[in-house]
Design a binder for this molecule. Structure first.
Ligand SMILES: Nc1ncnc2c1ncn2[C@@H]1O[C@H](COP(=O)(O)OP(=O)(O)OP(=O)(O)O)[C@@H](O)[C@H]1O
Length: 271
């Protein structure tokens, strides 16, 4: 339900509900707390970056938000629906490119898209048309009849992205979408995603690459040790710091970290 609020000139305006609303989300693996009671409100129509050091809990969070991993505690709503009470409604509205995506390796890229589209309930003709366009834009047309098992890392990311976009979801979740992707393909993916968010859809992606997040995202959430350290518009999170990288190091408490000075035996040819 859109909420009403008052704008600067005193008129009531409709505010769309957040694309993703997370409340008190927890996940433990044995004694290891991966996600420690986080709250998130990710606005719709934005390009959102979830950033954090290795082991921060990004993948665990995205898995819980997309219905792939059951939380120990907490609530997640995506596009206005509860992920665990209303999974079918949520799954119809989201696209997911998980980390280390397992795909049907013995299908060709084209067959994989046909299969994904039919699973989503799209008519065959529509699937064919969208698949051909996506393969073309993502520069996979020449490899469409090759088996996915023979795809390179970057090609796998691209076919995974095509499968996640095929049903035109409202919210797209991408775990490290640019890993292993060459600069030309990265530029193409970027163009596709920018066009997608410009139409009002939401992208949530995790990354370690601050320059990328800074150049793509207009909204960021910074995570460390299972907690959200900051969230908000990029400029707000960056604050007075010159770059997002500087803000990130400060927020995760890593500025003073030993950068290898103690490895005095390394280099210089001495054994
Ligand atoms: N299935 C699992 N079993 C046990 N521990 C896990 C499992 N999955 C994640 N963890 C632990 O939970 C913590 C968060 O891991 P997670 O993969 O969510 O981090 P991340 O921010 O995605 O890291 P990276 O950037 O390195 O991919 C880590 O300490 C990790 O070892």
């Amino acid at each position: 339900m859109p909420e009403e609020t008052i704008d600067a000139v005193g008129d009531a305006v409709q505010v769309p509900p957040p694309a993703v609303q997370v409340e008190g989300l927890w996940k433990r693996f044995g004694g290891q707390v991966a996600v420690a009671g986080i709250d998130l409100a990710l606005p719709a129509g934005r390009f959102i970056g979830l950033v954090g050091p290795n082991g921060a809990g990004k993948t665990t969070t995205l898995s819980m938000v997309t219905g792939l991993l059951r939380p120990d505690q907490g609530r997640v709503r995506v596009a206005g629906h509860d992920v665990w009470r209303d999974p079918v409604e949520v799954k119809a509205r989201i696209g997911v490119l998980p980390e280390g995506l397992r795909m049907f390796e013995r299908l060709s890229g084209r067959e994989l898209l046909a299969y994904s589209g039919r699973l989503r309930g799209l008519p065959g003709e529509e699937v064919d048309q969208r698949a051909a366009q996506l393969l073309d834009v993502l520069d996979l047309a020449g490899a469409q009849n090759k088996l996915v098992i023979d795809y390179s890392t970057g090609m796998r990311k691209k076919i995974g992205l095509a499968a996640a976009l095929l049903h035109n979801p409202e919210v797209l979740f991408l775990d490290e979408p640019f890993e292993g992707v060459d600069p030309v393909s990265a530029q193409t993916i970027r163009g596709v995603l920018e066009r997608y968010t410009a139409s009002g859809a939401t992208v949530v992606f995790s990354s370690h690459v601050m320059e990328l997040v800074e150049s793509l995202c207009d909204w960021v959430a910074v995570m460390a040790a299972g907690r959200i350290r900051a969230q908000g518009p990029l400029a707000e999170v960056r604050g007075a710091r010159p770059t997002l990288q500087a803000a990130f190091l400060e927020l995760v408490g890593a500025q003073g970290r030993d950068t290898g000075a103690s490895l005095d035996w390394l280099g210089g040819g001495a054994r």
